[in-house]
Design a protein around this ligand. Structure first.
Ligand code: NIG
Ligand code: FE
Length: 411
């Protein structure tokens, strides 16, 4: 779809804010970008000429494309058996310490071919897209050696080519200690920083760098080494921080001007202030909180008091959040974390865009922004966080192209 496309008769929420809806709006798109939007009555004549293709949206609600800014979509196997063990009483941490958890997904991912990994991940990606996701972050971290981390990141890039979705890749080599490095965590971190990262950057596979800073992951000093390595390549950083305990990781991430610190159930006020000062986004992951039956919710009151932008993501992964529904995460963030509809919608649009830090992802309908938007079969934006399971998405436009069209489905 090149040239000029004009989408008319929309109830448009340009920033997904329920209090700011432009009734009877039009969006004018030239090639991949938004050139104009506003009330239809003010549509400039150039967009009403014969050269423009017009699409009537019939008064439907339109939001920016949704952004899932934290996923581990690419992996081999699944961990349904570990789920059963946890139901029988074992904790996530205990299973990890006994050599299960992330490391069991590492074995399955190492054994899988690139095509196998693509085939399983594309199903999960399509499920996200079916709910209006137009941009997604995908982490490595189940390979834990150069060959398998490369395989994961290549699959992530391929997903972005095979589907109309913007993919941002994150290198998470420091996700867990691979068994062959048992007792040698510092040596493994050296490998991550001095062998894996340079090679993967050279191949154009890395948009950002992440670390799992935790007692079952890596300590502060090791995390800082990874951040310093990222800095040498001018790459932005992120951190899995304060998920199971307070480690001080979020403050360290803020010191390195992290795009985001993620999870954050155990975050303290000093960490919140450091994040605010650095402009880092707090990415909350209600699916993981729910699935590992965490009882300490993230410090919403502190995040609000210090005006830290909050994003919501699926954390889609086989161990702590085996979900492919970003809309369900909105519902969970409201019910489990007492967030408002306006907060969770900002969390998957404007704030998620900041956490992603990708030049092609703006998270809002704005002049000059990529034309990523979603048409919904709902009356109010609250319905995005209210239902679980109802198919609410009728049309997705990504970079100006129709990425998904369910309008022909009989009603
Ligand atoms: O985001 N916390 C660390 N990483 C993932 C879980 C990975 C796994 O258990 O496979 C997370 O929760
Ligand atoms: Fe994660």
């Amino acid at each position: 779809m090149t040239g000029i496309n004009v989408w008319t008769h929309a109830r448009l929420a340009p920033t997904a804010n329920p209090d700011h809806i432009v009734e009877d709006a039009a969006i004018a798109v030239r090639d991949q970008h938004i050139e104009w939007f506003g009330p239809s009555a003010q549509l400039p004549a150039t967009y009403q000429s014969d050269t423009a293709t017009t699409h009537d949206l019939g008064g439907a609600l339109v939001t920016p494309g949704l952004i899932d800014c934290h996923t581990h979509l690419v992996y081999g196997g699944n961990r349904a058996e570990e789920f059963a063990l946890r139901l029988a009483g074992a904790s996530y941490e205990e299973i990890a310490r006994q050599g299960g958890g992330i490391v069991s997904t590492v074995s399955a991912t190492r054994a899988a071919s690139e095509d196998d990994l693509f085939a399983s991940a594309v199903r999960r990606l399509d499920a996200l897209r079916a709910e209006g996701v137009t941009s997604v972050e995908i982490k490595s971290g189940y390979g834990l050696n150069l060959e398998s981390e490369r395989k994961m990141l290549r699959v992530a890039r391929r997903l972005g080519q095979a589907r109309p979705v913007t993919v941002a890749t994150t290198f998470l080599g420091a996700h867990a200690l691979p068994p062959e490095y048992a007792g040698r965590a510092d040596d493994y971190i050296n490998l991550v920083c001095n062998v894996m990262l340079p090679a993967l950057v050279e191949e154009g596979l890395v948009d950002a760098v992440d670390v799992f800073c935790e007692s079952i992951g890596f300590n502060l000093a090791q995390s800082e080494q990874v951040f310093k390595a990222a800095e040498r390549f001018n790459l932005p950083v992120k951190m899995h921080a304060e998920q199971l305990s307070l480690m001080g990781g979020a403050a360290l991430a803020a010191h390195y001007e992290a795009l985001s610190a993620d999870h954050l159930e155990f975050l303290d006020e000093a960490g919140v202030i450091a994040m605010r000062d650095a402009g880092s986004v707090a990415v909350l992951l209600p699916g993981a909180y729910y699935f590992i039956r965490e009882t300490q919710p993230p410090p919403l009151a502190l995040l609000r008091r210090h005006h830290v932008p909050i994003a919501i993501a699926t954390d889609s992964n086989p161990g702590t959040s085996p979900t492919t529904s970003l809309l369900l995460m909105l519902n969970m963030a409201c019910t489990l974390f007492s967030m408002s509809v306006a907060e969770v919608l900002a969390g998957v649009t404007t704030h998620a865009a900041r956490a992603l830090g990708h030049p092609d992802v703006h998270g809002e309908i704005a002049i000059g922004a990529p034309a990523d938007f979603v048409v919904w079969n709902i009356q109010s934006l609250a319905e995005l966080a209210y239902w679980s399971g109802l198919d609410r998405c009728t049309l997705v436009v990504q970079q100006g192209r129709i990425a998904l069209d369910k309008r022909t489905v009989a009603s």
